[in-house]
Design a binder for this molecule. Structure first.
Ligand code: ATP
Length: 834
C-alpha cells in the first residue's frame, strides 16, 4: 500500500525549514527512540537498581560525561541516572506509563496527527500514574525495599495518611476507583453484581485488546464475502454421524434408535444474498487494499480546525495530490475529518444475558412424540427426528421414511399445528437443498436476544463488510450479520407491534456501532414523526439532508419527494464522478481517492455510503403515489454501485403499498408477523410470516432462501443513550448536504423556461426524438449516454417547451414536432427571447 517516497536530496538537512512537515516526523522518530531507550533503561533498573543506586546518587550531570564510575544498568550511566530519577524520585513502577506517553507522542508526531489528540491521553495517563503510585506505595510500599511508588508516591502516601489516616486513604483510593468506573468505564450499576462484574472485566479486556483506540472495528477491509454471514442450517445427512448432543437427550424417536439432536454443529456455509436478477447490477468488488487503512491526513498539518475534507473552508485540498507536496503520497484517511470521534461503547446497552436458549427436556419430548404421533395418524412414517433449539423457536427436522411424499406432509400443516396446540408452527417442506422436513415450534419460554449480545459477537466485531447489519439470531442461536451493501436494499414489513421499529433501530445501531461518521450518512424519512425522531440529534455526525432543511428527519410528503429526487441527483453526480475516475463502483472510486489518485480540485471527494431509511412508506405511497414510488424504484435500480442503499419499512403489507415495482427492486426482505397469509405472500412471495409469533420473530428472504430469525432487542432508552453519546461529541461544522432539487412546479412558477435554463444536451435530444418520432427517455439515455435523471430532466424540459407530450406511464411520449426545421425555428425563438 505504502508508496515509495521520492526524496529530493536538496531538501535534506539544513534546508529543512521550520514549517517543513518532515520536522514533526523527525521529532516523532526521536521520541520513539527515546521511548525505547528509557524502556530498556527502566527494565534494567528493575534488576540493577540496588547495585547502581549508590553510584548514581553521587552523579551530577557533569559526571555523566566524565570518566565516572561504572554502572550495571544495561544502558550505561545515563540509563542508570534517568531510570533512578524517574523511578526512585518520581513515580516508582508506574513510571513505565511515561514511556507509553512518550511512545504515543512519537507516533502522533510521526503521523502528523493533531497534537490536541495527545491532551486527553496525557491527562488520563498522568492521573493513572499518580493514582497507581499512591496505590502501590500504600499497599506494598512499606514491605519493599524497591521504590515501588517512587518519591512522589511515598510523599503523597505519607502526607495523606497524616491528614486522613490509613483508613481514610483506603476510602480515597476506593473513591478514585469509583470515579473511574462511573466516568471512564461508564459502568451501569443497575444490573446484578454479576453483570457489573462482567461489565468491568469487559471494559478492561477491551482496553487491553484495543489499547484505548476508539473503535478498531471500524477499520474495515472491503467486504469480499457474501452479504450474509450466517451459517445455514446444519445438513441432516442420514448417513453422517452427527456430533454428540450437548444435553445428551438420547435416542428419542421410535424404531431404529435414530438420533435426536439438540443444537447442531458449527457450520460455516455462507449464504449468498447477492441480488439474483441483477446480473447487470453485480459489480465485482475486488478485494484490493483496505479502504480505511489507518493513515494520516495530510490536510491536518497545523490546522486544528480541520473539519471538512472537501474544502470550502479555506483548507487547501489540493494538498491531497499536487506534486509539490510529495509527502502527501500517504493514503487519505476520511476518519481524520473527525479524528477524536469515538464509536459508542457497548456499555451503553443493557446486558440482557439471554444466555443459552433453554427448552425443557419434557417439552422437547412431548413435541417430538406429538409430531411422530400426528404423522403416524396420517400413515406417514419417519426415520429420524432431530431438534435444534433456537432463542424462541425449536426446529424439529424430520427425515420421512422412503416413499413418503413431502407434499403430503405440507398439506397436514394445519393438523400438525392443531395437535401441537401451539401458535406459530411453521412447516418447511422440504428444507431447501435437503430431503428433510422442518417443523418449527415456538418455545414455551422464549429467550430475548439482546442488542448488546449480538453487537458483542465475534461475528459482528470481525465482520469485514461495507454496511454490516446485525439482525438477530438464527434457529441455531447463531448471530446473523448481513451486508446491506450487497443486499443491496431492504424492505421491512410486518403488522403493527411485532417488532419492526425495534428492528429498524437495530439496523441503525449496527451502522452507528461499526462505522465512522465519514463513512456512512443516513437519510431519514419518518412520516409518523415519532419513530426516528430521536436520531435528529445526529445531524452533524451521521445525517444527510437538503440544504435549508430545518428538521434533519424528513416528515412531510412534499419534502420527502424533494429528498428522493435529490438523492437521484446525488446518484447521477456520483455516477459522473465514477465515470471521470474510470471506477466501476464506489469501492474502486474510494480506493483511488484514498490512494490520492483523484484530484479534489477536479471535484473528486471521498464518497460516504448513504443509507436511506423510510419508516412507514405506506403513508407516502397513499398520499403521493408515483411521485414517491418512481424515485424509490429508480434509486433501487441504479444506486447500488454508487453506494446509496435503501431500507424501507411498512406496517401495511398490501399490494397497493408493496407494489410490483417496489418488490422487483427489493430482493432482500424482512417480514415480521402479519395477520394474513396473503400479506405474507405480498412481502415474501410465500406464506410463513402469518405463522410467526411476534416480538421480533422474523423471516428474512433474499428472493429465494428464507431464514427465520429472532430479532435483536433494543429499548428506546438505550437507543437514546447511544444517540446522546455520539451527539455529545464534536461533529462536523456543516452537515452533509444533498444536492438542491427544484420541483417542476417551482421551476414553472418562478418563470417559464428560458434558453439559459435548457440542458446542454437538450437540442441533441430533441433532434434525436424528432428524427425517430419516438419520445422515449430510455432511448435518449442510451443514445446520448446520459444518466437516467438527466435524460428525465431533459424530457421534462421538452414537455414544457411543447416538443413532446406528457408522460403516459411507461409508454414513449407523443412527439409534437414533426421536422427538424420546426425545431430549429423554435429554439432560435427561445434564444432571441433571451
Ligand atoms: N426483538 C425483540 N425481542 C423481544 N421483544 C420484542 C422484539 N421486538 C419487539 N419486541 C416487543 O414488541 C413490542 C413492539 O415492538 P415494535 O415497537 O418494534 O413494533 P412495531 O411493529 O414497530 O410497532 P408499531 O408499528 O406500532 O411501531 C416491543 O415493545 C417489545 O416489547
Amino acid at each position: 500500500m505504502a508508496k515509495a517516497k521520492k526524496k529530493n536530496p536538496g531538501q535534506l538537512g539544513l534546508r529543512m525549514g521550520l514549517k517543513d512537515e518532515r520536522l514533526p516526523k523527525l521529532f516523532g522518530v526521536l521520541l520513539l527512540i527515546c521511548a525505547v531507550y528509557l524502556g530498556v533503561a527502566f527494565l534494567s533498573y528493575l534488576f540493577t537498581w540496588k547495585v547502581d543506586q549508590d553510584r548514581v546518587l553521587r552523579f551530577s550531570w557533569k559526571l555523566l560525561l566524565a570518566d565516572g564510575p561504572t554502572v550495571d544498568n544495561w544502558l550505561g550511566r545515563l540509563g542508570a541516572f534517568l531510570s533512578n530519577f524517574y523511578i526512585y524520585y518520581l513515580f516508582g513502577l508506574p513510571s513505565f506509563g511515561l514511556i507509553y506517553l512518550l511512545w504515543m507522542l512519537g507516533l502522533n508526531r510521526l503521523r502528523r496527527q493533531p497534537l490536541r489528540l495527545m491532551g486527553t491521553l496525557f491527562v488520563k495517563v498522568m492521573l493513572a500514574i499518580l493514582a497507581l503510585a499512591v496505590l502501590l506505595e500504600f499497599a506494598v510500599g512499606g514491605w519493599m525495599q524497591f521504590p515501588i511508588g517512587g518519591g512522589i508516591g511515598k510523599y503523597l502516601v505519607d502526607h495523606l495518611t497524616g491528614v486522613l489516616g490509613s483508613f481514610g486513604v483506603i476510602l480515597l483510593l476506593l473513591a478514585l476507583v469509583g470515579l473511574y468506573l462511573v466516568f471512564e468505564a461508564r459502568i451501569d450499576f443497575n444490573g446484578s453484581p454479576r453483570q457489573i462484574r462482567t461489565d468491568i472485566v469487559d471494559h478492561f479486556s477491551e482496553r487491553i485488546r484495543f489499547r484505548g483506540k476508539p473503535s478498531p472495528e471500524r477499520f474495515d477491509a472491503p467486504g469480499t464475502g457474501s452479504a450474509f454471514s450466517a451459517p445455514s442450517n446444519p445438513p441432516l445427512a442420514p448417513a453422517a454421524a452427527p456430533p454428540p448432543p450437548k444435553s445428551a437427550p438420547g435416542s428419542l424417536s421410535p424404531g431404529d434408535g435414530s438420533i435426536f439432536e439438540v443444537d447442531g454443529p458449527e457450520l460455516e456455509t455462507d449464504r449468498d444474498f447477492e441480488q439474483p436478477r441483477g446480473s447487470q447490477m453485480k459489480m465485482p468488488l475486488d478485494a484490493v487494499g483496505d479502504l480505511t487503512l489507518v493513515s494520516h491526513d495530510p490536510l491536518s498539518i497545523g490546522k486544528d480546525n480541520l473539519i471538512i475534507a472537501d474544502g470550502d473552508t479555506g483548507i487547501d485540498t489540493s494538498l491531497a495530490v499536487t506534486e509539490e507536496n510529495q509527502d502527501h503520497s500517504e493514503p487519505y484517511d476520511p476518519t481524520l475529518d473527525l479524528p477524536s470521534y469515538e464509536s459508542p461503547h457497548l456499555q451503553l446497552l443493557l446486558d440482557r444475558e439471554s444466555g443459552k436458549a433453554e427448552v425443557d427436556r419434557a417439552e422437547l419430548e412431548t413435541n417430538k412424540d406429538q409430531i411422530i404421533e400426528t404423522l403416524l395418524n396420517y400413515k406417514i412414517e419417519i426415520t429420524k427426528i432431530r431438534a435444534t433449539i433456537g432463542p424462541t423457536v425449536t426446529l424439529y427436522e424430520i427425515v420421512p421414511a422412503p416413499g413418503v411424499r413431502i407434499s403430503r406432509i405440507k398439506n397436514l400443516e394445519d393438523d400438525i399445528a392443531l395437535s401441537l396446540a401451539a401458535l406459530g408452527i411453521r412447516i418447511i417442506a422440504p428444507i431447501p437443498g435437503r430431503g428433510t422436513i422442518g417443523i418449527e415450534v415456538p418455545n414455551k419460554n422464549p429467550q430475548m436476544v439482546g442488542m448488546r449480545e449480538v453487537l458483542e459477537s465475534e461475528k459482528f466485531r470481525t465482520a469485514k463488510m461495507d454496511l454490516p447489519l446485525v439482525l438477530g439470531k438464527t434457529i441455531k442461536n447463531e448471530v446473523l450479520v448481513a451486508d446491506l451493501a450487497k443486499m443491496p436494499h431492504l424492505l421491512v414489513a410486518g403488522a403493527t407491534g411485532q417488532g419492526k421499529s425495534v428492528g429498524i433501530n437495530s439496523i441503525i445501531m449496527s451502522l452507528l456501532y461499526k462505522k465512522h461518521p465519514s463513512q456512512v450518512k443516513l437519510v431519514m424519512i419518518d412520516p409518523k414523526k415519532v419513530e426516528l425522531f430521536p436520531y435528529a440529534k445526529l445531524e452533524s455526525h451521521f445525517l444527510a439532508f437538503l440544504p435549508g432543511q430545518t428538521e434533519p428527519i424528513t416528515t412531510e410528503t412534499t419534502k420527502v419527494i424533494h429528498i428522493l429526487n435529490s438523492l437521484c441527483i446525488e446518484m447521477d453526480q456520483r455516477y459522473d464522478l465514477l465515470k471521470k475516475a474510470a471506477a466501476r463502483n464506489i469501492k474502486e472510486y474510494n480506493e483511488k481517492f484514498v490512494a490520492r489518485r483523484l484530484n479534489p480540485e477536479k471535484g473528486h471527494k471521498f464518497l460516504p455510503f448513504i443509507v436511506l431509511i423510510i419508516d412507514e412508506f405506506a403513508d407516502l405511497i397513499m398520499t403521493a403515489g408515483k411521485e414517491v414510488e418512481m424515485p424509490i424504484a429508480r434509486l433501487a435500480q441504479l444506486s447500488r454501485a454508487v453506494g446509496i442503499h435503501l431500507v424501507i419499512a411498512t406496517q401495511r403489507p398490501s399490494v397497493n403499498i408493496i407494489t410490483g415495482v417496489i418488490k422487483a427492486n427489493f430482493p432482500a426482505r424482512i417480514a415480521y408477523k402479519v395477520t394474513a397469509k396473503v400479506d405474507s405472500r405480498t412481502i415474501l412471495d410465500a406464506g410463513g410470516a402469518d405463522q410467526l409469533i411476534g416480538r421480533g420473530d422474523m423471516l428474512l428472504s433474499n428472493g429465494g432462501d428464507v431464514v427465520r430469525l429472532q430479532g435483536a432487542f433494543i429499548d428506546t432508552p438505550e437507543v437514546e443513550e447511544v444517540i446522546d453519546f455520539i451527539a455529545n461529541q464534536r461533529g462536523y461544522v456543516e452537515p452533509y448536504l444533498l444536492p438542491e432539487y427544484n420541483t417542476d412546479e417551482e421551476m414553472a412558477g418562478s418563470s417559464a423556461l428560458t434558453y439559459a435554463d435548457l440542458d446542454d444536451m437538450l437540442e441533441d435530444a430533441a433532434k434525436l426524438i424528432i428524427q425517430q418520432q419516438h419520445g422515449s427517455t430510455s432511448m435518449v439515455q442510451r443514445r446520448l449516454k446520459l444518466g437516467y435523471n438527466r435524460a428525465g430532466r431533459i424530457m421534462d424540459q421538452l414537455e414544457q417547451l411543447g416538443i413532446v407530450g406528457p408522460a403516459v406511464g411507461s409508454k414513449p411520449r407523443e412527439v409534437l414536432v414533426y421536422d427538424e426545421q420546426e425545431l430549429i425555428r423554435f429554439i432560435d425563438d427561445l434564444r432571441n427571447r433571451g
